[in-house]
Design a protein around this ligand. Sequence first.
Ligand SMILES: Nc1ncnc2c1ncn2[C@@H]1O[C@H](COP(=O)(O)OP(=O)(O)O)[C@@H](O)[C@H]1O
Ligand SMILES: [Mg+2]
Length: 427
Amino acid sequence: MIPPEFLSDIATQQGVSKSELAALKLGLAGYSTADIGEQLGISGDAARKRLSEVYQKFGIAGRGPVKLTKLQQLLVTRYQEALANGRVAFNSAESEQVDWGNAPDVSVFYGRTAELAKLEQWIIQDHYRLLAIYGISGIGKTTLSVKLTQRLQPHFKKVFWRSLYYAPLLQDLLIELTTFLHGSPLDFPVTVVSEQMDWVMDYLQHHRCLLVLNGLESFSRKGDLAGNYQPNYENYSQFIHLLGTVPHQSCVVTTSQEKLSEVAYLEGQTLPVGSFKLRGLELEEAKAILQNKGLTGEDKWKYLVDGYRGNPMMLKLVAETIKEVFGGNVSDFLDTSFFTRDIHNFIERIFDRVSGLERRILYILSDQSDGLAFKQLQNQLTNVNAQDLMSALSSLRQRSLIEHMDQGFILPLVIKEVTQQIMASEA
Ligand SMILES: Nc1ncnc2c1ncn2[C@@H]1O[C@H](COP(=O)(O)OP(=O)(O)O)[C@@H](O)[C@H]1O
Ligand SMILES: [Mg+2]
């Protein structure tokens, strides 16, 4: 990977203009000319022209895509030479600019073109400073956030990606963050969280950085409505609020299973803050997962994908069993059951997070062949007041456990089937 400073220097030496450099950076990050055009607010043709100017200035001949590869090779060679001759310091290499933490490998990645385009537009063109991606477990939030970060990296001075699954205290996370941004540990007592936050906000105001905080549900209270924090983690709420309200030139992306209440509150105002609900993969992309697992019985694939709402994790789990037990035949599997023990456990873990009332609603809905309207649910839950019922329903929707159709609230097929089994085992 070529550090942005080195790229700018060498491009300037070759007489590449600022606008050509912008196109080049995007080209090197893997964007098509159409995408580059869109990002820069010019036509795809104009983007192609800019790139061909760049190739010419670097003395590269040949056809379309080959030229980019040649240029890439040339840049890497030049960079390695510069490193070897001590003309550039190692500390301008990528590791200083990007801290990936324990980000997973996302080389197997299908679809999500529309989602990436939308998120990039919000971040690059609309300068969103806080963007919260949410969706049910396994839907692909972590994967998408890594892909998004890879693509956006050239636009930012520093990039910090962290999974919060180990539930760090804010103070500890901020030690890592400030050390990375500062380049070395800060020299004031780190026990003062508010000072760390002030330092971070100040840095984000003066430098365009991208921070990705993955898996914020680690901090929310189980058995409660979506969006309430555990003790010792409430200051995350304050941090997120600051990131959304204080003007800065950076962008913070979060992912979580439930919609963040801070963001829900801010996005109604005209701030550059928003949330993005991630849904399942499109049919064709979900089918690619089944294909990849070597499944057969293709005429039943759509039924499987729909019932699982295109959730890639659940599809991978179920595909594994279908392969092992039914030799990959989806029809044979469906004749027996719609889900597996793995899926049951996976969904039970999600259910662990819901409140008592949410659970009662799931039980009622799992028994219905059609949807239930609010009034009908209310009739079945006579001891529950309307406000509590509304909160529970919106919490369930934020968790993607229920859906609202014309005929009322319904459960996705897999949620319904597993709920019925859990109910039966409790009866
Ligand atoms: N677009 C995608 N194409 C292929 N596989 C995907 C895609 N998105 C997610 N996956 C796979 O699905 C599983 C769950 O994805 P992950 O990003 O961990 O979900 P989440 O963070 O929402 O729980 C992972 O195994 C991941 O590799
Ligand atoms: Mg995740």
